[in-house]
Ligand binder design. Structure first.
Ligand SMILES: Cc1cc2nc3c(=O)[nH]c(=O)nc-3n(C[C@H](O)[C@H](O)[C@H](O)COP(=O)(O)OP(=O)(O)OC[C@H]3O[C@@H](n4cnc5c(N)ncnc54)[C@H](O)[C@@H]3O)c2cc1C
Length: 408
């Protein structure tokens, strides 16, 4: 009987362990925390956005450049297969806005508990509180896994240690070191899907402001590198919310982060010409500028907007000159913020970077360098936007890695 050791008891590791056991292997699962699935249990605000019903092409697209690597895994174990598995394990799921899938109970913890019951039911030897220190490879083949007390012999190992973000859940980047020690290239891990810190000090005065139906463009120098439409939020340090998290994925992958700006269009549904026409017709009134602004902007933005426009608050609308009107339109449609940096790994949702996909066989998740070594989940250099894609990737790669690790 083949012995498979799975390192890491998160989403990818639990699927790998369960599937390897189903395929007839003797499986040991080593998790350094005292419980399994610590990160999975806090996903989706504790509700667990476990996958997305999007077709495979769209799942792949959510990962950007490296997404094609996942075709094989998504085909082998799809989003529907995942929902079927959870149903079989007593966790029916439901679909929400944007195709996001959650447990019907709205509890990510139910998904964790079900997976743990499943793998224990398959006689997986679950050892918590066990931090793996390294891989043992002899003649280019895995022969064991090193823990504090010695070496656990293995015919195959699945490395499913996650990324470097939210380290309090256990993902502290150990897997990158282990993979590098046996010769793998690790693309520098950086936080992705995180809030962005902004240089302009006045953003703090907008803290708590939520903007809906705005567009935000990310520029590197003069070049537009990404654009999103939807909802964003100002915080005491900068900006956050769904469209910012989506843009932060592009930011994470930028090589030069020295001159990055975020340009917000507060009126994306109106053309500049129509906006100008509206202002021209309104600016015949003898009203004060400051009393007119609430028609254009959320109240909390007005003091900052007045400062940036340079137009006196008590200016009468009919005195505002064409040059200043242009400035108002510019601020409404190109509200410019300078990105200082992404929030730290402690707060980011996912890690960009990881074990190079060039060195992993996408059909099996096996290392091309070390026989018997398999990879699952975020330790691999793949990362997607929010929406359930990252967990689906961890589950699919875990399934494939477990199945292939169990085969001789
Ligand atoms: C707050 C938050 C919310 C999220 N929400 C969503 C969401 O709703 N939908 C979605 O798709 N994605 C979400 N994600 C991302 C998703 O959780 C991860 O992409 C996914 O959990 C990765 O799974 P994994 O199994 O690769 O790694 P992890 O879940 O991080 O599991 C890795 C495990 O390995 C263990 N480990 C690490 N090193 C060792 C070692 N040396 N020895 C033994 N064990 C070790 C860790 O303790 C950990 O339990 C969220 C992430 C965060 C932080």
């Amino acid at each position: 009987m083949r012995k498979v050791v799975v390192i890491g008891g998160g989403a990818g590791g639990m699927l790998a362990a369960g599937r390897a056991a189903e395929c007839g292997a003797r499986v040991v699962l080593l998790e350094k925390n005292s419980v399994l699935g610590k990160k999975l249990s806090i996903t989706g605000g504790g509700r667990g956005n476990i996958t997305n019903i999007a077709p495979i092409d769209a799942l792949v697209a959510a990962f950007g450049a490296g997404g094609k690597f996942l075709y094989g895994a998504f085909n082998r174990f799809s989003n529907q297969d995942l929902r079927d598995l959870f149903l079989r394990l007593g966790v029916p799921t439901k679909v929400e806005r944007g195709g996001r899938v959650f447990p019907e109970s709205d509890r990510a913890g139910d998904a964790v508990a079900a997976l743990e019951r499943w793998i224990r039911g398959l006689s997986v030897d679950v050892r918590t509180g066990q931090r793996v220190q390294g891989l043992v490879a002899v003649d280019g083949h895995i022969s064991g896994v090193r823990v504090y007390s010695g070496v656990i012999p293995a015919d195959a190992a699945v490395l499913a240690t996650g990324g470097v973000t939210y380290p309090k859940t256990g993902s502290t980047g150990d897997g990158y070191t282990m993979a590098a020690e046996v010769g793998h290239t690790v693309v520098t891990p950086v936080p992705s899907l995180s809030a962005l810190e902004i240089r302009e000090a006045w953003v703090g005065r907008l803290s708590g402001l939520s903007l809906k139906n705005v567009s935000a463009k990310l520029y590197s120098g003069q070049k537009k590198v990404a654009e999103e439409f939807g909802e964003m939020l100002f915080t005491h340090f900068g900006v956050s919310g769904p469209i910012i998290l989506a843009l932060s994925k592009t930011y994470a992958h930028l090589k030069d982060k020295s001159n990055v700006t975020l340009v917000i269009n507060l009126k994306p549904a109106v053309s500049v010409e129509d906006l100008d026409a509206r202002l021209v017709s309104d600016f015949v009134q003898p009203r004060l500028f400051k009393n007119y602004l609430p028609e254009l902007l959320p109240r909390i933005m007005i003091p900052v907007f007045l400062e940036l426009s340079g137009i006196p608050a008590d200016e009468s609308l009919n005195k505002i000159r064409a040059k200043d009107r242009k400035r108002i339109i510019e601020l409404l449609t190109n509200f410019r913020l300078t990105v200082k940096r992404a929030r730290s790994a402690d707060e980011a949702i996912v890690t960009a970077g990881g074990v190079s996909i060039k060195e992993i066989d996408p059909r099996t998740m096996e290392s091309k360098l070390v026989r018997g070594l398999f990879f699952a989940g975020e330790v691999i250099d793949i990362d997607a936007v929010t929406g359930g894609y990252n967990l689906q990737a961890a589950f699919s790669t875990g399934w494939v890695a477990g199945e292939c690790a169990a085969q001789d």
